[in-house]
Design a protein around this ligand. Structure first.
Ligand SMILES: Nc1ncnc2c1ncn2[C@@H]1O[C@H](COP(=O)(O)OP(=O)(O)O)[C@@H](O)[C@H]1O
Ligand SMILES: [Mg+2]
Length: 235
């Protein structure tokens, strides 16, 4: 059984048919990259999966259960965490408050405040600071910490590299790799193709709401011509 199986979904904003018959899967413990130029539907795919913008048709199975018509709270409670594009930490809440409001009550052996702090000592140091007082990299750690507080089995990350300094990028990539090594399944949306293909074992490239390419990350990593063709905006 796959951790996540998206089967032929169609998602709309009003009359705009954005996601057009998209299928993808994430196996247990796997890190999968979801790539594509700006505006091809990566965030909309994430929104479809977590239930913010449910698909009008198609199936989404999470741990074998149909979730395509469930509410986001219920999907999240089943063990799906989200690190949204733009990080979205609460600027007027402290680090600690940002983390505790994201908690769904900790399960045994799961993620709680203590474990997040152990993982991100920097957040412990900044515990009393407001979200708005953090650097971009610290905000990213906080956003990941918030995603972990629901104690996920699958973590969706929407462009974690967005707006981060190159030095911080490296740290964030390491964090994602460590989380996967601890058994978390990961769906990673990225504009930073190089970073994503280092982390993921498989990749999907979207174009106009459809899967334009799918295969081993290594294959795409070693084929710059293909990367260019699929991902670079032509003039
Ligand atoms: N709330 C919305 N209402 C209408 N159209 C939207 C909305 N959000 C995104 N879109 C459109 O849907 C398409 C896909 O957007 P998005 O999923 O955000 O792309 P990506 O994350 O790949 O950059 C784009 O054409 C975008 O303009
Ligand atoms: Mg996006």
């Amino acid at each position: 059984m796959s951790m996540l199986e998206v089967n032929n979904i169609n998602t709309f904003y009003g009359k705009s048919h954005i996601i057009q018959g998209l299928s993808l899967s994430v196996e247990e413990g796997e890190a999968v990259a979801l790539l594509g130029r700006n505006g091809v539907g990566k965030t909309t795919t994430i929104r479809s999966i977590i239930g913010f913008t449910p698909p009008r048709s198609g199936d989404i199975l999470f741990k074998g259960k149909q979730i395509a018509r469930r509410k986001p709270e219920s999907i999240s409670r089943m063990g799906m965490g989200l690190v949204p594009q733009g990080r979205r930490v609460f600027p007027n809440l402290t680090v600690k408050e940002n983390l505790t409001v994201a908690s769904r009550g900790s399960a045994k052996g799961g993620w709680d405040l203590e474990r997040v702090y152990k993982y991100f000592p920097r957040l412990k140091e900044r515990e009393k600071n407001l979200g708005s007082q953090l650097s971009g990299g610290e905000q990213m750690m906080l956003a990941i910490g918030r995603g972990l507080m629901i104690n996920p089995e699958l973590l969706l990350l929407d462009e974690p590299s967005d707006g981060l300094a190159p030095m911080v990028l490296h740290d964030i990539a390491d964090i994602v790799v460590q989380l996967q090594k601890q058994g978390l399944s990961i769906l990673l949306v990225e504009q930073n193709v190089k970073m994503a293909l280092k982390i993921a074992s498989r990749a999907y490239v979207l174009n106009k709401g459809q899967v334009a390419w799918a295969g081993a990350a290594e294959e795409l990593r070693n084929n710059e011509e293909l990367q260019h063709q699929l991902l670079v905006v032509s003039a």
